[in-house]
Design a protein around this ligand. Sequence first.
Ligand code: GUN
Length: 294
Amino acid sequence: MSATVIDGKAAAAAVISRVRERVESLKARGVVPGLAVILAGEDPASQVYVRNKIRKCAELGIDSRRIDLPGDVTMEEMLSVIRKLNEDPAVHGILVQFPPPPQLSQEKIIDAISPSKDVDCFSSCNVGRILEGRTDGFLPCTPAGVLELLKFAGIDPAGKHAVIVGRSNIVGKPLAALLMQKNKGANATVTVVHSGTPDIARYTRDADILIAAVGRPRFITGGMIKPGAAVIDVGINRVPGENGKSVLAGDVDFGSAADVAGAITPVPGGVGPMTIAMLMNNAVLAAEQAVKNA
Ligand code: GUN
């Protein structure tokens, strides 16, 4: 292995320590940031993600409110819960863990959350701000975490070719928007490849910064990477391991990739901790903005 491993836990700790200071400063003014997290159904991966978010809130002194809804919850019931939280001044941020059960519309959920409490940065209004290059509001958690990781590793995207594998609304599209802006820590030339792209490796081999967010375990192998490139693995996939137990695998085949890349993030311990850190950042920002607008 020749690549430097980028330590997502250390990068996240740096973000968290800045967030903690802001929580303290809000508390000194009598305001406790409040984050509501809604989970519908019992998807095991979602349960783990929600538990980790709630735990991080507790560590930071953010007042979390976990709302568990049954897997057969109706759209009307979900919307009614969201509307109540929109009206609750003690709740500054609202997050509905995705994917929701199939009878619920993801778009209707997103549209129902007040943009001022949209700590996921999923609403059309907040996504539009990102596309415009405005960075003074909520930032999408995983994409912002990727930019922060690059900064932590001393990798400046400016003038580089960043290739994103995957075009999801949660990662690929907003990450492309962030990376292409004429902003500090961005200003890259961005290519997005996806399931409709013939010969994906033709593009990935040209990437100075390669970001895998495709949701397919070990999809990116060493032969698809330019020597010395920075490789950021956003994937979290459960795959069968030894002894019948499942193990976590990224979208990158770490073993072969680390022989070619210059820097690489591990799974777990890479992008994952950054996503939660950026969520905490947005929760505190939501509370700060509520104070400012009061
Ligand atoms: N499911 C997978 N990633 C995310 C995320 O960033 N936010 C929410 N709400 N659900 C998710």
